[in-house]
Design a protein around this ligand. Structure first.
Ligand code: B12
Length: 313
């Protein structure tokens, strides 16, 4: 099988697994992109995410993750379920209502990688989603899967913003799918206007110190500390405000993997998006750990979610 045929097969396998887009960028040093990233760090916009300051050599040269790297395969996993939190209830970001996307996406990427291995037994590859010091949005944009919006999202003209990025690094060449996607932001700055904390700074920059998503997921400090004392507008895990404000958010058909639909658990018959603040607070740590053991919320953990509830009053 030649590389064009392999590429067509990868597309077919990825569609069978439910990915809504596939594209390829060839390996190269990320020299230009790393300058943008360094600028972000110099402004302190990484807040307390020390891991963003590390492994800069890998972000610049991803072949340090896979010697002989030739191709970077990018895939989009859809999670547009169209379900919002009930009015006045604490909000969880839409990507986080179901199962943790990391094992779900990696599992599907591994299936693709093993099919490639059946045809090219000597090929070596690695799969990632949000799990390596790499610039996934830059790659997905480079592979023609979308443009990067003012709200920082990789926006697909076909599938909108509710997509997560999965990546396979391969040491064999796969034809490049480049097809630069023209920015669709124009003069629109609704995301910047909508962000209640002023976290979006324009020019593709997001100040994490002010971002509700950072505050409610990543920050290790409690809501009373200076770093995190902002109005979180009811969000207790992640934030979708700049996504909801974007005109592209309604683009495309409603695609959502079953795994990303709101969790249904015997201990949670109505689903996670219908819990009131009182119900969250009376849940208790053991029940929380049981219900959310395969959910993204376990990254924040019980104490942080309780603190986020307190922060919203
Ligand atoms: C750290 C991180 C965060 C941090 C910081 C986010 C940030 N904007 O910096 C926090 C915790 C705040 C966060 C929040 C969210 N995150 Co996050 N996050 C990451 C992570 C691990 C690294 C991102 C990073 O390196 N940030 C540093 C900045 C400098 O890099 P960047 O965001 O990639 O931005 C680059 C481009 O935008 C580019 N750029 C800017 N302008 C332009 C213009 C052009 C033309 C081009 C080509 C490039 C370009 O410059 C930047 C540097 O190269 C990535 C996974 C990964 N490894 O990439 C996921 C990732 C970006 N997150 C993701 C998601 C889903 C979210 C949330 C939506 C979750 C939520 N609902 O709360 C929010 C969205 C916030 C936002 N508006 O960006 C998805 C985004 C998918 C998508 N379609 O865009 C990713 C890709 C994970 C994944 N595998 O799907 N996240």
């Amino acid at each position: 099988m030649n590389s064009e045929e392999l590429s067509e097969n990868i597309r077919k396998w990825s569609e069978e697994l439910g990915f809504v887009a596939f594209g390829v960028v060839p390996y190269r040093l990320m020299t230009r992109e790393i300058d943008r990233f360094e600028n972000y760090l110099s402004l302190g916009y990484q807040a307390g995410m020390k891991y963003l300051e590390q492994n800069r050599n890998i972000r610049r040269d991803p072949s340090l993750l896979l010697p002989g790297l030739k191709s970077i395969l990018c895939f989009l996993a859809p999670y547009r379920h169209g379900i919002s939190p009930a009015q006045g209830m604490p909000s969880v970001a839409s990507y986080a209502l179901g199962l943790d996307y990391h094992p779900v996406i990696k599992g599907k990427l591994r299936k693709i990688l093993s099919k490639i291995g059946e045809i090219y037994p000597d090929a070596k590859g690695r799969v990632f989603t949000d799990s390596a010091p790499v610039l996934e949005r830059e790659w997905a944009a480079g592979a023609g899967l979308g443009f990067i919006g003012r709200n920082n999202f990789l926006i697909s003209r076909e599938h909108g913003l509710h997509t997560l990025i999965g990546v396979i690094l391969l040491d064999i060449p796969i034809p490049y799918t480049k097809m630069t996607v023209k920015s669709g932001c124009g003069s629109c700055h609704r995301c910047i206007d909508a962000c209640p904390t002023g976290a979006l700074k324009g020019k593709g920059l997001l100040d994490s110190t002010r971002c509700i998503s950072y505050q409610t997921i990543e920050s290790k400090k409690d809501h009373l500390s200076e770093e995190t004392r902002i109005d979180r507008k009811g969000w207790i895990f992640g934030c979708d405000i700049c996504m909801q404000a974007c005109p592209w958010t309604k683009t495309g058909e409603r695609h959502c993997w079953d795994e990303f639909l709101p969790l249904k658990h015997p201990l949670l018959p109505e689903g996670v998006n219908s819990l009131s603040s009182v119900e969250w607070k009376s849940m208790g740590k053991d029940k929380f750990n049981e219900i959310f053991k395969e959910s993204p919320l376990k990254r924040a953990g019980y104490e942080k979610i309780m603190d986020n509830l307190d922060a919203n009053g």
